[in-house]
Design a protein around this ligand. Structure first.
Ligand code: GDP
Length: 379
């Protein structure tokens, strides 16, 4: 069981591709979800030729894409970066690729859609342009496959390539402490409160006592379900719906995390290694207000730059992030930083220490301690 996500510029053919691959129309899923009628996971899914089941996270619209991609990405095994062959790389292609790069989504396929609209020379030119653009990113050397959802060209090759890359080993880290960022909450007559999400670490089982963070509310897993099938337990990477006991829908919201009691602690201050995207629209000064995205959590924050006063696009630095609300993070988690109005991705980074002291800036001792932590001294 794997989970993949689509990315790419609006109108480049993401939904049409998902529909061609799965027979499920992602726009219709959105509708069903909004009417709250089903306990559908909100995601299309397909069976690969070898029998493996794959959920596809495909979210129409750029802003909701960003939010949902970030929410799902911790659980994504591979990304399909969709680029229309007739248009090539566009602004949202760049931003989505930057997010995949900042989050270090290692496995991906570039799908050149609408191949029926262009001739062979044009297709080759776009392929070269894309291959060149991928070079400095996490997707350097990724397969580039021309397809047409209209003629069916390239779809079998896409599926077999997908099967192949999902077989290569994943670097999914597992801290053995289960955490499931909640992306939807609803209640269903006869069931009560249901949440959906993708487990990031460890294992969750029916009957377990759980804790909902950051509010610290206790609950119990009454049942677990994936694609209309009941489960006894679930592992990382599988999208699930959880029926939670003794908790009302109103006590939960998207961004909360399901964990085992007393294993994880919310934080409002953490140390990080920050990277400002090479194509960020501006530099990042000490104390800048940003929105931080990690899992399905979205929190306003301020960036305290520890070893510099201003970060230029393409540069990295040590920073301390001060959150306006508590968030649930673990060491080595990746996060994205965006600036509000106009909402734009500017960079991201890796969590290094979730219980730091407040650091004075430009302190050599603090910086060398952080470098040691990053290089892997025990947690
Ligand atoms: P999304 O915004 O990326 O999800 O894009 P859509 O899937 O909604 O597609 C945008 C437009 O491109 C629609 O009008 C589709 O019919 C059209 N389209 C999608 N795939 C293909 C294709 O393979 N060939 C052609 N000619 N048009 C396509």
């Amino acid at each position: 069981m794997s989970c993949i996500g689509t990315a790419g510029h609006v109108d480049h053919g993401k939904s049409t591709l998902v529909k061609a691959l799965t027979g499920i129309d992602p726009d219709r899923l959105t509708e069903e979800k909004e009417r709250g009628m089903t306990i559908d996971l909100g995601f299309a899914w397909l069976k690969l030729p070898g029998g493996q089941e794959v959920s596809i996270v495909d979210v129409p619209g750029h802003e909701s894409f960003i939010k949902n991609m970030l929410a799902g990405v911790g659980g994504i095994d591979a990304a399909l970066l969709v680029i229309a062959a007739d248009e090539g790389i566009m602004p949202q292609t760049r931003e989505h690729l930057a997010i995949l790069d900042l989050l270090q989504v290692q496995r991906g396929i570039v799908v050149l859609t609408k191949a029926d609209l262009v001739d062979a020379d044009w297709l080759e030119m776009v392929r070269e342009e894309v291959a060149e653009y991928l070079k400095p990113t996490v997707l350097a050397g990724a397969p580039i496959i021309p397809v047409s959802a209209y003629t069916g060209q390239g779809l079998p090759e896409l599926l077999s390539t997908l099967e192949h890359i999902l077989q290569t080993s994943s670097e999914r880290k597992n801290i053995a402490r289960p955490r499931l960022p909640i992306d939807r909450v609803f209640s269903l007559t006869g069931f009560g409160t249901i949440v959906t999400g993708t487990l990031l670490d460890g294992m969750l089982k029916v009957g377990q006592e759980v804790e909902i963070l950051p509010q610290g509310k206790k609950s119990r897993i009454r049942s677990l379900q994936t694609h209309k099938q009941q489960l006894d337990e679930t592992l990382p990477g599988r999208r699930v719906a959880i029926n939670l006991a003794n908790i009302a829908r109103s006590e939960l919201e998207r961004g909360n995390v399901v964990a085992l009691p007393d294993q994880l602690r919310p934080t409002v201050l953490f140390d990080a290694r920050l990277h400002l995207w090479a194509e960020a629209p501006r530099s990042l000064a000490h104390n800048t207000a940003v929105d931080l995205y990690s899992g399905s959590q979205e929190v306003a924050a301020r960036v305290r730059l520890l070893d510099t006063d201003e970060l230029q696009p393409g540069q990295s630095a040590w920073a301390q992030l001060r959150l306006e609300r508590a968030a649930v993070l673990a060491r080595h988690d990746r996060f994205i930083l965006r600036i509000p109005s106009p909402s734009m991705t500017i960079g991201g980074g890796e969590v290094i220490d979730i219980s730091p002291r407040y650091h004075r800036r430009h302190q050599a001792a603090v910086l060398s301690a952080l470098i040691q932590l990053e290089q892997g001294t025990p947690e």
